[in-house]
Design a protein around this ligand. Structure first.
Ligand code: GLU
Length: 287
């Protein structure tokens, strides 16, 4: 059915779920249920150094305890590298990615040297060091076996989309139409040095391959949607709708995050909370 609602919850198995995750998962499942649609679960485990199978097991257990049901098999990103490599191949063919040999330390030093460097929602933007390399040096470094990430050439990507006549915007269910800001994130990483993909690429490819029609996630990820919409346009992937939801905060008004020691759902459960209590704690009714 063309306009069937398909939503997903896409946690990274790098820690235990907390109330913020519970809200996000319940929100996605409710949006699917209201529309008589489908709810999917995806495990975002491309970061092999941080993803752990015990966290994945705990995530499935916590979500089932909350009363959620999802379709199987669950898509695990680490098992689909070939899909991301294909997408990278298409971006290469369009000429919108370039190798970046920089290290984190090198990037930080370069940014410190240029005080007026542009900032994006996640901090300073990549200063374009490797974009300015001439072809000779670039090829020599690749040939010498130096490791590199691939970055999106956001200027070139914007020019290509402009020449095609768009798209120019994406739609959030609450915030309405948002003009695509192709410069907001600068030249993001498309494939990391050690993994042939990145968060931005994997999420874009997967949402499309899984037929997700309504991408729901927290407002903290709203700025990233500019990048995802641009990637979809470059890869000729269909456009979903987006619904960025409020973030659950702690008593001090801080966004819940594992690094802020947000209490894990399983700890609340051990202390006697029932699934209905969790719903209430995140401001959702008993349904
Ligand atoms: N895996 C991401 C996270 O844990 C969410 C991805 C998304 O919803 O786009 O925050």
């Amino acid at each position: 059915m063309a306009d069937e609602i398909v939503t997903r919850f896409a946690p990274s198995p790098t820690g235990h779920l907390h109330l913020g995750h519970a809200y996000s998962a319940l929100f996605a499942a409710a949006a699917a249920r209201r529309g008589g649609g489908r709810f999917l679960l995806r495990i975002e485990d491309i970061d092999a150094s941080r993803a752990r199978s015990e966290f994945e097991r705990a995530i499935l257990e916590d979500l089932a305890w909350l009363g959620l049901e999802w379709e199987t098999p669950v898509r695990r990103q680490s098992e689909h590298m070939a899909d991301y490599e294909r997408a990278v191949g298409r971006l290469k063919a369009l000429g919108v990615v370039y190798p970046c040999f920089c290290t984190r330390t090198g990037i930080r030093a370069e940014i410190e040297r240029s005080p007026g460097a542009p900032h994006g929602p996640d901090g300073p933007l990549y200063p374009g060091t490797c974009k300015r390399l001439d072809d000779g040096e670039r090829n020599a470094r690749v040939d010498a076996g130096e490791s590199f990430a691939l970055r999106l050439d956001s200027d070139r990507a914007a020019r290509i989309i402009g020449a095609r006549g768009g798209p120019v915007a994406w739609t959030d269910v609450e915030a309405g139409e948002r003009p695509i800001d192709t410069a907001s994130h600068g030249d993001v990483v498309i494939a990391r040095k050690e993994v042939p993909t990145s968060y931005h690429l994997a999420v874009t490819v997967d949402d499309a391959l899984q037929g997700v029609t309504l991408v729901t996630r927290g407002l903290d990820l709203m700025p990233a949607t500019h990048v995802h919409r641009l990637l979809r346009a470059l890869l000729d992937l269909p456009e979903p709708r987006y619904h960025h939801h409020q973030l659950i905060t702690d008593d001090a008004g801080r966004r819940l995050a594992t690094r802020n020691r947000a209490t894990a759902l399983r700890t609340l459960r051990e202390r006697g909370a029932a699934p209905g209590d969790i719903r209430k704690m995140v401001g959702l009714g008993a349904s």
